[in-house]
Design a protein around this ligand. Structure first.
Ligand code: SF4
Ligand code: SF4
Length: 457
């Protein structure tokens, strides 16, 4: 994506002192862009809306910040996001968007919003049509106090503020400080409140503390897809090493089912083919292409040309690349936290399954220890991050007992890898994948404000 000269790029300037949280900018945006009732591209995130004494009260008016290093455009697999170099606006092309929602997972500012009627993402356009006519965006022109205005990137020195996630992506937004008061939420010496009080201050009446945008419930098909993908790669790699041999029919049926499942969450399924159009920068595009080629080559090498080893090795290489791509898709997300070894979650899971399938006791023991470490680390970090909210439950227990403890006991008792051992390992890795999805806490301004509060206690 073209990177405009930073000194010329338009940017929002937000004065923390003069913003009164009146929502005029939110309504101006909705009116200007003809948004249906209840849909908003701009939001007000308030700290201390109950005006508790001795704590600052401030409001953030937030939408897309048209970041100079926009990760949404890099990550979009359909090449549907681009910058208008005339104005600097980062725009979603709704004729190209496939509704995969990935842009909202890599944006730390909760800017892209899913339009369930159209099946595509939408967000603030910087009022590009107005910028092209040398007019201001509706939000800045209608702000009654002048708190939200239009400037250029870096023209004024700003401050960092709780609720605006720190991200190295050069958002075109500058916050001007509050006079005589720190914009940081808790001044030194303030008696610190408990968790429920903090939540009550930050969250307007009737709303609960925001959960992560991703949950097992919403992304179940993707969790199953990635489990199928890593199990098929492990099976194929084990077969290249000798045993167990790939059954071509079953392999291809599972492969097709997997890709079918992965399209279930798309808003525009008929555009699924567009998912491979951004190989240059999107790991999601690379994942989709690698998966398709791996299934095709794997089937060719086992069903049609079993005598040509080169095809099998090419499929094996594609399988390994697929695992790397899957891991990178999740590492690119804007997350509140991630566990150590998350960046190799699929690779390590596949290595564990391969070692069990091939009956390699030494490698199985080693990879099992690494899997156990990764699992415990994830649980500990999640517990810290979600203090006072939901905690891991039966899934974690299942993963530990069925996926690691029982196979070890059965292997020792049987003196080798029985079908029961392999079944337990596969079930355990599937549970681990579900648990991994459950831990994908995507950063948003509201969550960021809450976490800043916690870390200052
Ligand atoms: S604020 Fe979010 S959607 Fe807007 S350009 Fe930055 S990363 Fe993309
Ligand atoms: S294709 Fe996906 S990542 Fe790209 S704009 Fe649409 S929802 Fe966002």
């Amino acid at each position: 994506m073209s990177d405009p000269s930073p000194t010329l790029a338009p940017a929002f300037v937000h004065n923390l002192e003069t913003c009164v949280g009146c929502h005029a900018c939110v309504i101006a945006c909705a009116n200007e862009n003809g948004l249906a009732p209840g849909r908003f591209w701009r939001q007000i995130v308030s700290f201390n809306p109950s005006h508790i004494p001795d704590l600052p009260v401030y409001h953030l008016s937030l939408a897309c910040n048209h970041c100079l290093d926009a990760p949404c455009a890099e990550a979009c697999p359909a090449a549907a996001i681009a910058r208008d170099v005339r104005t600097g606006a980062v725009l979603i092309d709704d004729t190209k968007c496939i509704g995969c929602r990935y842009c909202s997972w890599v944006c730390p500012f909760d800017a892209p919003q899913f339009n369930s009627d159209a099946g595509v993402m939408e967000k603030c356009t910087f009022c590009n049509h107005r910028l092209l006519q040398k007019s201001q965006p509706a939000c800045t022109s209608l702000c009654p106090t002048g708190a939200l205005s239009l400037g250029t990137y870096g023209e004024k020195e700003g401050v960092s503020v709780s609720g605006f996630p720190k991200a190295e992506i050069r958002p075109a937004m500058t916050f001007l400080p509050m006079r005589g008061r720190s914009p940081q939420p808790v001044p030194p010496g303030t008696a610190l409140p408990d968790e429920s009080q903090i939540a009550a201050w930050m969250i307007p009446d009737g709303l609960s503390i925001p959960e992560s945008k991703i949950s097992l419930k919403s992304e179940g098909p993707l969790a199953i897809f990635s489990s199928v993908a890593l199990a098929l790669v492990a099976w194929f790699l084990a077969s290249v090493r000798g045993e167990p041999a790939v059954v071509p029919g079953l392999f291809v049926v599972l492969g097709v089912l997997g890709i079918g499942l992965s399209t279930l969450h798309l808003g525009r399924k008929e555009r699924a083919w567009r998912a491979v159009l951004n190989l240059r920068s999107s790991w999601l595009s690379r994942e989709v292409l690698a998966y398709s080629l791996f299934i095709g080559m794997g089937w060719l090498s086992t069903a049609i040309f079993p005598q040509i080893g080169l095809i099998a090795w090419a499929a094996a290489a594609l399988g390994v690349f697929l695992l790397i791509a899957i891991d990178n898709v999740y590492m690119a997300m804007a997350r509140d936290w991630s566990a150590q070894l998350d960046g190799q979650a699929s690779l390590l899971a596949a290595a564990f399954i391969v070692s069990v399938m091939t009956g390699n006791a030494l490698m199985s023991g080693g990879t099992a220890v690494v899997r156990l470490y990764a699992f415990v680390d994830r649980i500990q970090r999640r517990r810290k991050n979600r203090e006072g909210t939901r905690q891991p439950g039966w899934l974690s227990l299942f993963r530990l007992i069925i996926g690691l403890v029982v196979p070890a006991i059965l292997w020792a008792a049987d003196g080798g890898v029985s079908p029961a051992v392999l079944a337990c390992v596969l079930l355990g890795e599937f549970a681990d994948r579900l648990d991994f999805y459950d831990s994908l806490d995507i950063t948003t301004p509201r969550r960021s404000m809450l976490l800043d509060q916690r870390s200052s206690r």
